[in-house]
Write a protein that binds this ligand. Structure first.
Ligand code: THU
Length: 138
């Protein structure tokens, strides 16, 4: 699937963002190796701590539906009603969660800053020497 198509799905997911506290709305679209896509948005909470990022929503949705082989994820984020986007790199917790399921050298993270501005990086580039299942012999 083309990056642009995955970005469009992330933008659609962002429409459902529940972000009354930060006002920062994020959408993600996770492409599985079997071609299926799981979308996610951030879901905040009045107690702040229980808030969930868009990326983790998408990953947990996929895992809960029996999918664990992921090819790439597109992430888009920006303040509430913005029409202009900056690249929205995943937080450290989401990077760690990705580390659990993907090969960091090949898993692609697609970031978008509007129009044709697309940045594609691997998890390894964003999270070098990340601790993962390998470290536990799994
Ligand atoms: N957030 C995400 O959903 N994904 C990211 O990559 C960065 C941050 C959310 C968490 C919180 O709801 C809001 O954006 C502001 O941090």
């Amino acid at each position: 699937m083309e990056s642009k198509e995955l970005i469009a799905l992330a933008l659609a997911a962002r429409e459902n963002a529940y972000a009354p506290y930060s006002g920062f709305r994020v959408g993600a679209a996770l492409l599985c190796k079997d071609g299926t896509v799981y979308q996610g948005c951030n879901v905040e909470n009045a107690a702040y701590g229980p808030s969930n990022c868009a990326e983790r929503t998408a990953i947990f949705k996929a895992v809960s539906e029996g999918k664990q082989d992921f090819a790439k994820i597109a992430i888009v984020g920006g303040l509430k009603d913005t029409k202009t986007f900056e690249y929205c790199p995943p937080c450290g917790v989401c990077r760690q969660v990705m580390m659990e399921f993907v090969n960091p050298k090949t898993f692609e993270i697609i970031l978008w800053a509007g129009g044709d501005q697309i940045k594609t990086v691997t998890l390894d580039e964003l999270f070098p020497m990340g601790f993962g299942p390998d470290n536990l012999g799994k």
